[in-house]
Write a protein that binds this ligand. Structure first.
Ligand code: BTN
Length: 264
């Protein structure tokens, strides 16, 4: 395990300034309950805000699962900005964030990045990062949309064993950037993604999905609250719903957990 490389706030601020990201607030904590929970408590504020924690005591994952990331092993951070949220307009936002991260990590040199619908970032079937989007709806105006990201940076084999699924960190894949440099790059891309989504919704991301789609053409199980459906994944529709061919019929799903079926 490499030595702990703490987040350097001045590197972060300098890189965001250089990229002209208008960041209203940037807070780096050594420990916090959860960066998502923190920003969900601040949703009255305006503009792009960022919260980073070296360690979380109650890191939240999707479907109520905890997110475990030992100090220094990953990046755990969230950002928030207000977005128009009329008529299901936010449905594709989590896919848009996944696409944004996949594109940036690939640009930075990571090999074989893929997305497992709706937004798990994987390499060679191992989890590289997870996203948790939480929305504080507003009756008038725009909703506060919190994007939380847990990205594996340098995981020792002992740490990997404590996680309930195969996972991989960016240093194992040869990325040489410090945690602060990598975080700055991801935040710059995320600030742009919020802007693009506000302007054009999922339409500016839709055609970019297929490049990263890990499930395309594969036999999958879709785990729904009361049953499991089997079918073949056929990409996403224009609002980001998963399309699955089930018994000769093309159906779309806005939620559910997908697993790839292993050939018997
Ligand atoms: C998943 O289950 O795949 C989503 C994991 C999201 C974890 C991140 S870590 C930073 C942010 N704060 C949280 O409490 N959760 C998200």
């Amino acid at each position: 395990m490499s030595s702990f490389d703490p987040i350097n706030e001045s590197v972060l601020r300098r890189k965001l300034d250089e990229a002209q990201v208008a960041c209203e607030s940037l807070q780096v904590f050594s420990e916090l309950d959860s960066t998502n929970a923190y920003l969900m408590r601040q949703t009255e504020a305006e503009g792009f805000q960022v919260c980073v924690a070296e360690a979380q005591t109650h890191g939240r994952g999707r479907r109520g699962k905890p997110w475990l990331a030992p100090m220094g092993s990953g990046l755990t951070f969230s950002c928030v900005q207000r977005l128009s949220s009329t008529q299901g307009r936010l449905a594709g936002f989590s896919l848009a964030v996944g696409i944004t991260l996949a594109e940036k990590l690939t640009y930075l040199g990571l090999p074989r990045v893929a997305l497992k619908w709706p937004n798990d970032l994987c390499v060679d079937g191992k989890k590289l990062a997870g996203l948790l989007i939480e929305v504080q709806p507003s009756v008038v105006g725009k909703s506060a949309v919190v994007t939380g990201i847990g990205l594996n940076y340098a995981l020792s084999s002992e740490q990997s064993k404590e996680i309930d699924q195969p996972c991989v960190g960016v240093t194992q894949l040869g990325l040489g950037l410090s945690r602060s440099e990598l975080l700055a790059e991801l935040l710059i891309a995320l600030a742009q993604a919020y802007e693009d989504y506000e302007e054009r919704g999922f339409s500016s991301f839709y055609s970019r999905w297929s490049r990263w789609d890990l499930l395309q053409g594969r036999e999958v199980n879709l785990i729904l609250p009361k049953r499991i459906l089997q079918g073949v994944a056929k990409g996403v529709d224009q609002s980001g719903c998963l399309r699955i061919l089930v018994a000769g019929q093309l159906r779309t799903f806005s939620s559910g957990e997908v697993s790839v079926r292993v050939a018997q």
